[in-house]
Design a binder for this molecule. Sequence first.
Ligand SMILES: C[S@@+](CC[C@H](N)C(=O)[O-])C[C@H]1O[C@@H](n2cnc3c(N)ncnc32)[C@H](O)[C@@H]1O
Length: 292
Amino acid sequence: MSAVTPPPAAPRPHAGSYDPATTTAGGLAGELARLEAQAELSFDEELRVLRGLGLSSAGGPLVEIGAGSGAVTRRLRRALPGLPLVAVDIDGDLLAHARGAGAELVVADAAELPMETASAGYVLLRYVLQHLPDPAPALAEARRILRPGGRILVTEVDASCWGLADPVHPELADVHAKLAAAQQAAGGDRAIGRRLTRLLRGAGFTEVALHPFATTNDTRPTDDFAPHLGPGRLQPLLAAGVLSLREFALAVDRWNRFRADPDAWVMLLGLTAAGTAPHTAPRGGRTTEGVR
Ligand SMILES: C[S@@+](CC[C@H](N)C(=O)[O-])C[C@H]1O[C@@H](n2cnc3c(N)ncnc32)[C@H](O)[C@@H]1O
């Protein structure tokens, strides 16, 4: 039997510090499950904030940049059936999982969108900017494609105020610091929350404000928080030698203790920054060629 050489894997598109195959335990399948669980956990709260910021079925289309597998796209479709949706991602393999989400799918870099100037009513970026080495080009493109008066909606976290738990496990501080440092070394920024409003103002948006939302285990089982707090996120860091086996075992033990404790309490804090595209349109436009 002759050996068959598999074709070389296609190079991954550059997505900053985001790499679904290596940043989550279980590779791509694990990441798809994590994105789904993450959306399920907090989407209701996020939607409440987005509606409060004026998101409705009118005034679209909504362009979701960095839509990934469509976990949020599908939920937006159900919540706002009349809103035209466009899901954009640099990673065509990931975006293929958004088929059937009720959105037009576009493979593109956030920094170079194949959409006409002033053609969108809303732009949503959820957990995307934290992965970009420089968020400014993506925000400039968001501003370009928004109609004057259109809204940019950016949902993010900040590592320093992202979670509050009781009981506290200060012995895990080094582990969390290493997680943030690994993302930063790959070109991302888990502390982007504190920069959001300044980034939006710097990109020329007006009426910029920050709207936090909290998700707690008062209303959800503690296990639902596993995508954020469980050891799955840490496993690739163990494999890469960033975490020692002792640190990883400590994190697993503390998570297991936490989830078994009926009195344990956790709150995750998300941050949605919003801004309005000004009425002075940016120069330069593109056609819709390349949109599929
Ligand atoms: C953490 S995932 C979030 C996915 C989705 N927004 C969600 O909340 O489920 C980050 C996404 O940003 C995408 N991304 C990273 N850099 C990008 C870029 N330069 N242009 C477009 N998408 C990008 C990744 O491919 C990935 O799908």
